[in-house]
Design a protein around this ligand. Sequence first.
Ligand SMILES: *[C@@H]1O[C@H](CO)[C@@H](O)[C@H](O)[C@H]1NC(C)=O
Ligand SMILES: *[C@@H]1O[C@H](CO)[C@@H](O)[C@H](O)[C@H]1NC(C)=O
Ligand SMILES: *[C@@H]1O[C@H](CO)[C@@H](O)[C@H](O)[C@H]1NC(C)=O
Ligand SMILES: *[C@@H]1O[C@H](CO)[C@@H](O)[C@H](O)[C@H]1NC(C)=O
Ligand SMILES: *[C@@H]1O[C@H](CO)[C@@H](O)[C@H](O)[C@H]1NC(C)=O
Ligand SMILES: *[C@@H]1O[C@H](CO)[C@@H](O)[C@H](O)[C@H]1NC(C)=O
Ligand SMILES: *[C@@H]1O[C@H](CO)[C@@H](O)[C@H](O)[C@H]1NC(C)=O
Ligand SMILES: *[C@@H]1O[C@H](CO)[C@@H](O)[C@H](O)[C@H]1NC(C)=O
Length: 703
Amino acid sequence: MRLILHVSLTIVAGLLVTSQATSVFPLASNSTDACTDIYNHMLEYSIHNYSASLKVSGELAYKCARSFPFESKRAVAFVEEVRKYVNLQSTLEILESPPADYPMPATDILGGLDDIQIKASASHYSNHYDFDLDLQRLFASAFDGHLSFTLCSTSFAAFLSDASLVSISSNGIALPEVYVKDDAYLKYTDEKVPVSKVVAINGVDIEEYLPNLTKTASSQDWDSLYNQAFYSDSLSINTNGLPGYSPGLVGQPGFWWPGAYQILQFENGTIRKYETYVNFQKFPWKNTREVYESGCLQDSPSSSTTASATSSTVPSESSSAAISSTPSATSLPAPNFYPKPFNKHSANKILGIFPDSGILKDTAVLIVPTFKVEQGPDIEQFAQVARDLLNKAAERKKQNLIIDLSGNGGGTVEAGKNLFKMIFPDQEVYSANRFRTSELTDIMTQISLVDSAENAKFYDYEWRTKVTPDQKEHFESLEEWYGPYNVFGINSSASMAENLTLVASELPMSGFGDQKLDPSKPAFAPEDIIMITDGYCASTCTIFARLMKMNGVRSIAFGGRPRNGPMQALGGVKGSQVLEVKVFSNRDLTYYAEKMEMNSTLFTIVQKDLWKRLAPPKLDEFSYKVSAGSVNQFNAFSSENNQLPLQFVYEAAECRRFYTYDNYIYQNSTWSSAYDAMFNGGECVPGSTNAPGSLFDARASSG
Ligand SMILES: *[C@@H]1O[C@H](CO)[C@@H](O)[C@H](O)[C@H]1NC(C)=O
Ligand SMILES: *[C@@H]1O[C@H](CO)[C@@H](O)[C@H](O)[C@H]1NC(C)=O
Ligand SMILES: *[C@@H]1O[C@H](CO)[C@@H](O)[C@H](O)[C@H]1NC(C)=O
Ligand SMILES: *[C@@H]1O[C@H](CO)[C@@H](O)[C@H](O)[C@H]1NC(C)=O
Ligand SMILES: *[C@@H]1O[C@H](CO)[C@@H](O)[C@H](O)[C@H]1NC(C)=O
Ligand SMILES: *[C@@H]1O[C@H](CO)[C@@H](O)[C@H](O)[C@H]1NC(C)=O
Ligand SMILES: *[C@@H]1O[C@H](CO)[C@@H](O)[C@H](O)[C@H]1NC(C)=O
Ligand SMILES: *[C@@H]1O[C@H](CO)[C@@H](O)[C@H](O)[C@H]1NC(C)=O
């Protein structure tokens, strides 16, 4: 339904509580080059050292980006380079015809690349931005947080506005309504102030606008996507270690141009206009050509200064066996959005809390906003916080454990497996994974064979050290391991796992290798543990949560679209390993290229040619600058079905609640609501229990 905006109503600009500087750069310009206008604007304000000088009109930045020249030949080559990585994406065939349970539309990624390449060669694009945006639309159509490329023109400007919305239910069960966050504050703290819900944006009914907006995000579940429209402290802690910086996709649409304004229409007839802007930290480019050359071209003389917008979009998650080491992050205070923690990671990557009052007084809470930890002290500290909390909980005879995974987009797989092992020391760490085989994986497999198994053990296409999902067996032959097996139309490897004993020589892994099993006994029974999510849980978060579910631990999902019925707790990608272009090109490509070179006589001309033709470019070898990119390398499978990748299995949470205002503001009220629903006979949203794919699936029990 489209609502007609009554233009006669007062359009109130600059009425925003959150907006400090009301004057975004005026659009009237003297030059024909929008990028020059930005340059002049920045220059003018930096001379005056005006504090708001970083804010630039979104429309001007959009115009500047859309004036980047389009070079057909270079673009055609670029698509070919991207395709070499996309060939390693594990879900290509199944995305073309997904099973009925998969809630998202089908998509043909390779076919889409063909189309874009044809359009590029026919110079269908009038500017480089439109070309990049077509690629972004294609990647987004996979709804896979592991499939993404940061392209030069779409990363030039991150669009922002001061609009931040929340979706609030009066009691957690009644259907929620959309409010501007600051209005909600007034509504729930001062009854006398009249506030009204949001009914439309830019003339489009809010319940049509938000799903349309959020389908650019990367979850594979409509309720999880819907939640990303809104303010979230959890998501902010995931990204920044602190609450307060995640306004939701309405206020932070990233490169998805929302129009020069988002005009909010309230139920009481009021209209409020939010201007789209961009924050630039610096802008040393005098015209479009300079911006384009420095931002997009590899060999540009000024390429050391890349365009940098200060605000990023919603973070994408990653999960890789991080066998790389960077220094641990600095120490941050505990987020005020939680009660005082018992112990915590210095950068708030994990926190333990023993709430001392009310319904939660016999409960321990483990908050895990991320698994993004680096090898070394960082991941060790992460493990130590969990270990101490669990051991102390047993000592204090706590009854229940709540694990809050809100906003958790994943990270290092081993950190998730180790956390599971600390909670269930007596259970196996089951892990079934397959990659998509192709001519490129054929040749990488052959190359790694010239090295010793010991040297090659951490490379993905080395078979001798991989083990079966239960860790019990190794593979008898290359053929047994590699296949290819036809798995839902995808040529795939056998289902396999990393040998955790080998992993334990590099990373904390309780009870493996030389590492002591600690805790040695489970502190809680499965029925006394619950997991809380906002549906965002992706990647390593889903690996951890799946292991927990396999052992009978229930989940409760919060939020989602304003309708009754179930919601998935794990709305993000369930792929078990991301291939990051940066890591792959620094480490793996270098390795394979060196082995090929050094042991040249061992390879045939055909193999050498194949490698030359198929090896993807390194990050700095693309025809355009790419600052990051990744594909989903491994599919993951449950222990009951080693054919259907988990991304395509619908799994409702055991219960769902909507957010109340308190739930948004005090995270311990979310824990109380969850406790009440899961341990205390409290209510779940109608139709949200015994739902498909949950532990108590009514379909299964009725036969
Ligand atoms: C346009 O020119 C006028 C008069 O020369 C000047 O005051 C104004 O700052 C210029 N605007 C821009 C965006 O350069
Ligand atoms: C600009 O203003 C800030 C804040 O008042 C001040 O700290 C900074 O030194 C100023 N910079 C220049 C170049 O004057
Ligand atoms: C209508 O709702 C808006 C948004 O909550 C509020 O700011 C405004 O004060 C309300 N106006 C009246 C007349 O109640
Ligand atoms: C949905 O979003 C697209 C851009 O992603 C936009 O072109 C279209 O107008 C939107 N439709 C509605 C109904 O908002
Ligand atoms: C949340 O924690 C605060 C102390 O930090 C406490 O005052 C409040 O009662 C708690 N709320 C709930 C619902 O547990
Ligand atoms: C895993 O690695 C360890 C250490 O090398 C080895 O002893 C063990 O046999 C391996 N597991 C399997 C199932 O091959
Ligand atoms: C799958 O593998 C088989 C056997 O190697 C091969 O013949 C077939 O062409 C492959 N299919 C695809 C789609 O790559
Ligand atoms: C491959 O090259 C390396 C380095 O020169 C060498 O140590 C190794 O023995 C070679 N492998 C074979 C199988 O020749």
